[in-house]
Design a protein around this ligand. Structure first.
Ligand code: ZN
Ligand code: ZN
Length: 289
């Protein structure tokens, strides 16, 4: 079993050293994990920091890329012998103009996996309780869908993303604000989204964090997973979005069942930004959470 979305304490909203996450991953029988520290570079939205050895540093500084890469690679060498693959990833927050804000060191770092995700609409974090309503008040539910999916679809033109994270993130706080209509806003954008994913060779993840927060469905919800499969998408990963070691691997089994039922024939793994397809038959049954 894999967990392809993990935030160690380089992310300012996460706790736990890389080593602690690896240890839990081993304990619960995971075979492969991806660390995916946030890269928030929108200076208007702020929070453009990472933590490095107890110090808050600007996300643009070379120092953190070097420290992060060497820490993950060292963990990779150590845990490989114990049966756990550890890969170097990053989660880039997408917004119009992000490509110019990403530091040179981002482009020169040898990542295994680059995840793209949308958290900001008009510089406001729709993933943050309280703040999300500031964005929602500006838009009808249809306009929100238009804004959100335009950023997501256009971001693939940058050709720097392997996987899109939590495709329907707006649902988390949007459901309370907009009601059930929030569950429909992906529909007009699905064709444009899937066509761009296919042409740019970008997959998506099933993110299990909502399952720990009282929601019934992962992100994206099952209907979107099925719709993407019907549209020809076959590249999918699964991740807990753990910000604490104890959350690693949580909900992955539920997500895998859903992915299988939706017609996917396996998962993809990444090395140096190259995807390898792994059929279900090669993903053995391990201890599951
Ligand atoms: Zn995210
Ligand atoms: Zn994340």
């Amino acid at each position: 079993m894999f967990d392809y979305h993990i935030h160690p304490n380089y992310s300012i909203d996460a706790e736990g050293e890389v080593d602690e996450f690896c240890q839990v991953a081993l304990d619960i029988g995971l075979k492969e994990i991806a660390f995916t520290t946030h890269m928030d570079t929108d200076r208007v939205a702020e929070d453009c920091y990472v933590n490095v050895r107890g110090k808050r540093v600007d996300v643009g500084s070379s120092f953190w890329f070097e420290d992060y890469e060497s820490t993950i690679r060292t963990a990779g060498d150590h845990y490989k012998d114990l049966g756990l693959q550890v890969i170097l990833g990053v989660e880039v927050d997408c917004y119009p103009g992000v490509q110019d804000a990403l530091p040179d060191k981002f482009y020169s770092t040898d990542f295994d996996l680059i995840i793209g995700s949308v958290h900001l609409i008009d510089h406001i974090a729709i993933s943050a309780n309280g703040r999300a309503n500031e964005a929602f008040r500006k838009f009808s539910v249809e306009e929100l869908g238009e804004r959100y999916y335009t950023i997501l679809i256009d971001s693939m033109d940058l050709e720097i993303f392997d996987i899109l994270a939590h495709i329907d993130l707006y649902r988390r706080f949007g459901e309370i604000f907009y009601g059930n209509k929030i569950h429909e806003i992906w529909k007009p954008h699905l064709e444009g989204l899937s066509k761009k994913m296919l042409s740019k060779n970008v997959g998506f993840e099933v993110n299990t964090s909502p399952l720990r927060k009282g929601m019934q469905q992962p992100m994206p919800e099952e209907r979107i997973i099925k719709a993407l499969r019907r549209a020809g998408i076959d590249t999918v990963t699964v991740g807990s979005d753990a910000h604490f070691p104890a959350d690693i691997g949580k909900g992955i089994k539920t997500a895998l069942d859903m992915i299988k039922e939706s017609g996917f024939e396996g998962l993809s793994v990444y090395r140096r930004r190259k995807a390898t397809f792994v059929p279900w038959s090669d993903l053995t049954d391990e201890k599951e959470n």
